[in-house]
Design a protein around this ligand. Structure first.
Ligand code: UDP
Length: 338
């Protein structure tokens, strides 16, 4: 397949480029480096299956040649980043998604939208199934990301229903791993970098809020399974082979066009993450409480029954193993940077 990945030089996008190139696909990576980084894709430059276009996906999109799939991953994604770039975040979720969908329609490509667990906002239901509509404050500082992605989902479904485009939507829960930026502000990267540098770990609020963390290799496995899954018929066959006689309670008839949660359901409090990072790094850093950001979700945990039924997917890498690999990555990255 020839696949365009917008945001392909970002944390998740660059791992997707690696996986798809390794599987023998032609990958066109597009990024404007607002939060993506050239070093994430430097090793792919020169590979005949990989090409790079520096471009803002919000501008009119044209690409020569056939295209089998468009994967729309461009967007600031850490709270610190989308608070710093609120308008770029809204634009890439709205205008960028529109351009990417338009290109997919023109080329007859399959389209996959990278959506987010933030569409559930500060959820009143835990864990969150895809059927939950969410609890989002549209005018909160976080609203720029949440509403951009909710609009992107609505637009994607409209292209599917109105134009018959073959679309997929993945709702990505907290993800971590190598190539996170040391200063991107997310909890795992912050805690690891602080622990390795012997600085206090910044726990926002009392640290009782929860998140569920998925290692990036597991995530991109789920995302590519969703992209490649063929038809509702094959899903039905797989469902039967897996021994499911009926859909799990509370889920509508499964369709590959409906959003699919991809994440790791192991839920921890922020305090538990801090202690785990201290243990695995062997650091003696202290904990320093800081104010909780506005509208910070109190709980978050994916219900992944749909991914299991539709894709036969579930995460395989446990949190400690993923954290060890990530700590190793940051140890090296921080040494190189001095
Ligand atoms: N957090 C924290 N210390 C940090 C960074 C984040 O306690 O240095 C908290 C944050 O308030 C949230 C959780 O960790 O409750 C996850 O934050 P992150 O920015 O990683 O992503 P989110 O899940 O909020 O999008």
């Amino acid at each position: 397949m020839r696949i365009l990945i917008t945001g392909g030089a970002g944390f998740v996008g660059s791992h997707l480029c690696d996986l798809l190139v390794a599987k023998g696909h032609q990958v066109v990576c597009m990024d404007n480096f607002i939060t993506g980084r050239p070093e994430n894709i430097a090793h792919l430059i020169g590979n005949e299956r990989f090409s790079f276009v520096k471009y803002n996906v919000c501008d009119y999109l044209h690409l020569d040649g056939p295209l089998d799939a468009v994967m729309h991953f461009a967007s600031p994604a850490s709270p610190q980043d989308y608070l710093e770039f609120p308008i770029a975040t809204l634009k890439v979720g709205a205008l960028g998604t529109h351009k990417a969908l338009g290109l997919a329609k023109a080329k007859g490509s399959r389209f996959l939208l990278a959506s987010t667990s933030e569409v559930y906002g500060d959820p009143l239901v835990n864990p969150q199934p895809e059927s939950y509509w969410g609890n989002v404050n549209p005018i909160s500082p976080r609203g720029v990301y949440d509403e951009a992605k909710r609009f992107a989902e609505a637009l994607t479904m409209a292209y599917h229903r109105y134009h018959g485009l073959d679309t997929r939507i993945v709702r990505i829960f907290n993800t971590f791993g190598p190539r996170m930026r040391p200063n991107d502000g997310r909890v795992v990267s912050n805690f690891i970098v602080q622990a390795l540098q012997g600085k206090p770990l910044t726990v926002f609020g009392d640290g009782s809020q929860t998140r569920s963390f998925c290692y990036v290799d597991d995530l991109i496995g789920g995302v590519t399974a969703l992209l490649m899954a063929e038809s509702d018929k094959s899903v039905a066959e797989r469902t039967n082979r897996a021994g499911f006689l009926s859909q799990p309670a509370g889920l509508p008839t499964e369709s590959l066009h409906d959003p699919v949660n991809i994440g790791n359901p192991r839920e921890l409090t922020v305090m538990e993450i801090a202690r785990l990072v201290l243990k695995l790094t062997g650091s003696s850093s202290s904990l320093q409480h800081q104010p909780l950001p506005v509208d910070d979700p109190k709980v978050r945990r994916p219900d992944i029954r749909r991914a299991k039924v539709l894709l036969g997917w579930e995460p395989k890498i446990d949190l400690e193993e993923g954290l060890r690999k990530t700590i190793e990555y940051f140890r090296k990255a921080l040494t190189v940077k001095g």
